[in-house]
Design a protein around this ligand. Structure first.
Ligand code: SF4
Ligand code: SF4
Ligand code: FES
Length: 358
């Protein structure tokens, strides 16, 4: 039995399946509904109220990110409902009243973008009185990677929910009450003194740039070219985007959740440990030991020939059974497969190992 049905959004039929939210069905149909607190990896929280829509028969506006789609249900977004439009203009203005603004009075741009800014540009904002929020950060948090700026935080809770629901770590939490609510840790300690694994998932999910990477504080996002690659820190094969500016790697980000098998997640090494790429001591050319006992730069042809001759000489002197090949989980699956081939097909031995096998 099919569980597909139609609901009506802004007067048009929209396909949905049982268990989907109104937001999911509407997005698939190309209908724009603003969101701030939603992330497909997290359970709906209905925290930010950006996605409210009119639902036929409901007195109050409802959060489309948490509201289950139902057959024949009639939904109105800001495109057809003046009430929803008025709600959005008021809500974005209230967010802006205690948010860091730029010289033009818009939510400040950050190295990670700012979804509140993008949304405000589409709204007719109201001139509400400015309120300076008394939210605090952790001034002595000396962790090397993650910076929290409370003046950019909208308390959507994506970072804390990610830390709980995806990482299972619970290092950060919404703490204090009322306008003093902020993102805290146990005893407001620095992240290095908590259970934080420095995965950077909180940075990745933050919609406003309130959490950013300390190492990339002033990224020129327009100049960045993203290059998709496979992380080489372990054999899982997470996909990552190298952010390249002027020929230099300036940051690593994860692809959109739902598009690759790592679902927008990376670990501390994949996300932050990229300094080695431009390290001056990094080996970028093969080295071959010469007759003088010292290592000398060589071409790949020369290096491969020297390795082949060396291996064949050992085989001739001691027999293939005395050769062993050790590969690495930092190589790709294809490279490890080739190492197995080299051992078994070329030298006829099974002496091949890789650190992930232990
Ligand atoms: S870096 Fe990861 S573990 Fe640490 S607070 Fe952020 S989400 Fe939690
Ligand atoms: S730091 Fe970012 S993700 Fe966390 S609550 Fe604030 S705005 Fe939301
Ligand atoms: S996106 Fe629905 S309430 Fe935040």
């Amino acid at each position: 039995m099919s569980d597909a049905f139609n609901l009506i959004v802004d007067g048009k039929p929209v396909a949905a399946t049982a268990g989907e939210t109104v937001l999911q069905a509407a997005r698939r149909a190309g209908i724009e509904i603003p969101t701030l607190c939603t992330d497909e990896r997290l359970a709906p929280a209905g925290a930010c109220r950006a996605c409210l829509v009119e639902v036929n028969g409901q007195r109050r506006l409802q959060p489309s990110c948490a509201w289950q789609a139902a057959p024949g249900q009639e939904i109105k977004t800001h495109a057809s409902s003046p009430r929803v439009k008025r709600h959005q203009d008021t809500l974005v203005s209230m967010y802006m009243a205690d948010h860091k603004l730029d010289g033009e009075g818009l939510p400040a741009e950050t190295p990670n973008g700012n979804d509140l800014r993008a949304w405000a540009l589409k709204c007719e904002t109201l001139a509400l009185p400015r309120v300076e929020a008394p939210r605090v950060a952790r001034p002595n948090d000396v962790n090397p990677y993650i910076k929290y700026s409370p003046e950019l935080c909208i308390l959507c809770g994506r970072c804390t929910r990610y830390c709980d629901e995806v990482e299972g770590v619970n290092a950060i939490t919404l703490t204090n009450r009322g306008s003093r609510t902020t993102i805290g840790t146990a005893g407001m300690r620095g992240l290095l003194e908590t259970s934080c694994e420095l995965c950077g998932g909180c940075v990745d999910t933050c919609p406003t740039g309130a959490m950013i990477e300390k190492k990339a504080p002033a990224l020129n996002r327009a100049a960045v070219n993203k290059v998709r690659t496979t992380c080489n820190y372990c054999g899982v094969g997470c996909q990552m985007d190298l952010n390249v500016e002027g020929g230099r790697l300036v940051k690593v980000t994860s692809p959109e959740p739902g598009t690759t098998h790592n679902d927008g997640n990376l670990c501390i090494k994949g996300r932050f440990a990229y300094d080695f790429v431009h390290h001056k001591e990094r080996l970028t050319r093969p080295l071959v030991r010469g007759a003088d006992g010292k290592l000398h730069e060589a071409s790949w042809e020369h290096a491969l020939k020297a390795a082949a001759e060396g291996l064949l000489a050992v085989k001739k002197r001691h027999g293939a059974a005395n050769i062993g090949f050790i590969s690495s989980s930092r190589c790709t699956g294809e490279e490890n497969f080739l190492m197995g081939k080299l051992a078994r097909a070329v030298f006829g031995i099974n002496n091949v190992h890789q650190c992930a096998a232990t």
